[in-house]
Ligand binder design. Sequence first.
Ligand SMILES: Nc1ncnc2c1ncn2[C@@H]1O[C@H](COP(=O)(O)OP(=O)(O)O)[C@@H](O)[C@H]1O
Ligand SMILES: Cc1ncc(COP(=O)(O)O)c(N)n1
Length: 293
Amino acid sequence: MTSSRPCVLVFAGLDPSGGAGLTADAQAVAGQGAHALTVCTALTVQDNDRVHGVQPVDAAMLLLQAAALTQKIAVSAVKIGITGSAANARAIAEVIVRLREQQPELPVVLDPVLASGHGDLLSRDDAVQALAPLLPLATVLTPNGVEARMMTDATQAHAQAAALHASGCQHVLITGGHDDGDEVVNRWYAPAATATATAAPASPATAAALGTDAGTVGRACVGGGGAALVREWRWARLAGEFHGSGCTLAAAIAGQLALGLPLTDALDAAQRYTWHALRDAYAIAPGQRIPSR
Ligand SMILES: Nc1ncnc2c1ncn2[C@@H]1O[C@H](COP(=O)(O)OP(=O)(O)O)[C@@H](O)[C@H]1O
Ligand SMILES: Cc1ncc(COP(=O)(O)O)c(N)n1
């Protein structure tokens, strides 16, 4: 019998260094046992450290790429990296809305890349404003601490998550790769209404609905202001700098969701996969290393 794999529709840019963007996403999705359908949103000029230029693909071309794939191939999850332009972000939103007419539960993982690790621009338009049509469609948003601050103007993770939920995204994983300390802390927030239910004495039914175990539900910490911390992970901080860590994490989450895993398991497995990829990262030149995916 022919074997098959669930597909992740990836919208991302080409990073010719192979560390981030489409290449990273295809490797990370494959690493979960799923298959990446790679729609190119932008061509970039970059090495393993710096971005020297960005050329967004025309929105019409993006739509043609997506249409050719989705007319023939079933999509089990969507992953969005850089869009390259506000017009491309709107086009991606259009594709997702159309897919959700048939698949209302289609998971969408949005990595709100505002700039490279060194702060180089990766969008033709204002990257924060360009994200607006995509936020209400995101099942999981994976900002790092810097991105969460730029998107909300809030300084505390809890307030950032509340503001991001108010923009319409469901789950927020604020990642701590850019913070200080011996550990990288990643925090998963859900809208308060959802998490209030989950923080009630851990009934098996509630736990099952969230796709989490009763222990996690029991530890959920409810906060005010529209966001609640569902769970936090602490990872030993690895030395050095990496090119494509955020892409690896978001694509791995999408791959896990495409396999049908509950969100808590998907977040857990994707972070473990990313940590190992960074631990085994390799050099191609001085500077940021490439995750071993
Ligand atoms: N130095 C590190 N040590 C261990 N894990 C890391 C390190 N840097 C990044 N990671 C992992 O990769 C994830 C994404 O990286 P991060 O730097 O937060 O995002 P981005 O690449 O989007 O800036 C982190 O949440 C963490 O799980
Ligand atoms: C095409 C492209 N997409 C994304 C990133 C950011 O990568 P990361 O934040 O994972 O290091 C990048 N440098 N290039």
